[in-house]
Structure formats: structure tokens, C-alpha cells
Design a protein around this ligand. Structure first.
Ligand code: ATP
Ligand SMILES: O=c1ccn([C@@H]2O[C@H](COP(=O)(O)O)[C@@H](O)[C@H]2O)c(=O)[nH]1
Length: 242
């Protein structure tokens, strides 16, 4: 088990959404084990201060349904492939967490007997209370959604204090900072501001779901050392949407 510390967390239970695309790291495609190990270390720090951690991992490092569809594939088939990609990422993340001695459960929205458990909310909450990390795979289990929506959905279901979106950018900007170098970063936004300004860092279904259930969202750079711990201990990091 990770070492415990005296730091008082601001959040007792969080739903952490990890970018699938960022798992590529130095590799051109797939999963860079170095990124997984770094994330396992960060998650271990949270467990060490008593924070319960649910995880949703994207699939953009492997497949996205919309991209497959643009290349000619049936959209639903592409989305099924995207959801399966999130299961592969979940298995890889469990492996890294368990190598760091962090007990981990993987639950899939799509039954996959013999590989991972089927999603069960009550069981997930029990596991979280026991200090296990619970990885929620296969998104919502339905096509035409994204893992951002799945993160908000699971976060609301498990009554997380916040959904933390760990991604490649250090917050929400007035425009995509990769495309517009003059874009300015926001420290704080309301859900309606994100919707009205059509800020593309998270899909709008996810924002609506979070707004309708009063779930705070924080977008931050997963590559900044210590960012996760700073967030759960109440320091300012990334952009808060509430
Ligand atoms: N207004 C904006 N502010 C910040 N980032 C933005 C904005 N608009 C678009 N983006 C883009 O959104 C990306 C993050 O969202 P995206 O859903 O693509 O990735 P992810 O969730 O990190 O990956 P995955 O889908 O693989 O999990 C950023 O890398 C950035 O390029
Ligand atoms: O509920 C869901 C979640 C995801 N998908 C498909 O998986 C890929 C990968 O997820 P990202 O959020 O893009 O990382 C997504 O593009 C969809 O194709 C889904 O169908 N339903």
C-alpha cells in the first residue's frame, strides 16, 4: 500500500478521467508504459492521503468511432471498437497500479466475463470505500457517447466530489491552444459559459450532465508533476467548471 501522510484532502472521492491520447507518450501509437507508471505514482499519492479514486480512461490512443467512421467504417462498429480500446487501456492501467501495490478493480459497462467484472455501482462504491482504485471501462456501454460523458455519468453515480479531467492541456482556453496560440486560459468557468462559448475541451453532453447534477469539473495537465495532489488538497490548478 502507498505510504499515508497527514495532508488533509479537500475531496474524499474523485472520478479521475485520464486522456487515452496522452497515454501514447513517446510512442507513436498505443501505450507508453512510462506514462502509466507516472500516473500510478500520482494516483498512489491520492490513495496515500485517503482519497477514494474512480478512474475512466479514454481510448483516443487506439480508436475513436468518429475517426473510423470518417474513414468509411460503420459508426456503431467504430464506437464498439473505441469502447473496447478503453478496456485495453484499463487493463494496462491496472497492471501499472498493481505493480505499485495499489489494489485495483476493473469494471466494464459491457459484460466481458473472464477478463473484467461487469459494472455494478453498489459494488464499486464498496470497493472505493475499501481503498481500491476502481477503473470504469467501456464508456457508457453505448455508441455515440464519449468517455468524458462516461466520466461524468460514473462520477455522478458514485457520488464523487468532483470529476477531474487529466489531459494534454493545462486548462480550458478561449480556443483550442494547439490551434490558436493567442488563446487565453480561464481559471474558472460556469457550465453555461462553456456551453455558450462552445469551448471544445470536453463534449457538450458531458458538460450538460455535470451541470444538471451539480458535479464540479476540473481540467488540468496530466503531465505536470504533483498536479493531482495539489487539486485534491485545494490548491489552484487548471480550470474549474462549476
Ligand atoms: N477551448 C479549449 N480549451 C482547451 N483545450 C481545447 C479547447 N478546445 C479544444 N481543445 C482540445 O481538447 C483536447 C482535450 O480533449 P479531448 O477530448 O480531445 O482529449 P482527451 O479527452 O484528453 O483524450 P481522449 O479522448 O483520448 O481521452 C485538448 O488536447 C485540446 O487540443
Ligand atoms: O460511452 C462511450 C464511450 C466511448 N465510446 C467510443 O470509444 C471511443 C474512445 O473514447 P474517447 O472518449 O474518444 O477517448 C469514442 O471515440 C467512441 O467511439 C462510445 O462509443 N461510447
Amino acid at each position: 500500500m502507498p505510504k499515508s501522510s497527514n495532508t488533509q484532502p479537500r475531496y474524499k472521492r474523485v472520478l479521475l478521467k485520464l486522456s487515452g491520447e496522452a497515454l501514447v507518450g513517446d510512442h507513436g501509437f498505443g501505450i507508453d508504459p512510462k506514462v502509466l507508471d507516472r500516473m500510478a505514482l500520482d494516483i498512489g499519492s491520492l490513495i496515500g492521503i485517503g482519497v477514494q479514486v474512480g478512474l475512466v480512461i479514454g481510448g483516443g490512443n487506439l480508436f475513436r468511432g468518429a475517426a473510423l467512421n470518417a474513414a468509411g467504417m460503420d459508426r456503431v462498429t467504430g464506437d464498439h471498437m473505441g469502447m473496447l480500446a478503453t478496456v485495453m487501456n484499463g487493463l494496462a492501467m491496472r497492471d501499472a497500479l498493481e505493480r505499485s501495490n495499489i489494489r485495483t478493480r476493473v469494471m466494464s459497462a459491457i459484460p466481458m466475463s473472464g477478463i473484467v467484472e461487469h459494472y455494478d455501482r453498489r459494488r464499486a462504491v464498496r470497493d472505493l470505500k475499501d481503498g481500491d482504485v476502481v477503473i470504469f471501462c467501456a464508456g457508457t456501454g453505448n455508441p455515440f457517447f464519449t468517455t468524458d460523458s462516461a466520466a461524468c455519468l460514473r462520477g455522478i453515480e458514485i457520488e464523487a466530489d468532483a470529476v477531474l479531467k487529466a489531459t494534454k492541456v493545462d486548462g480550458v482556453y478561449s480556443a483550442d491552444p494547439y490551434k490558436d496560440p493567442t488563446a487565453e486560459k480561464y481559471e474558472h468557468l460556469t457550465y453555461d459559459e462553456v456551453l455558450d462559448k462552445k469551448l471544445g475541451v470536453m463534449d457538450l453532453t458531458a458538460i450538460c450532465l455535470a451541470r444538471d447534477h451539480g458535479m464540479p469539473l476540473r481540467v488540468f495537465d496530466m503531465n505536470r508533476p504533483g498536479a493531482l495532489t495539489r487539486i485534491v488538497t485545494g490548491e489552484s490548478e487548471g480550470t474549474l467548471i462549476e
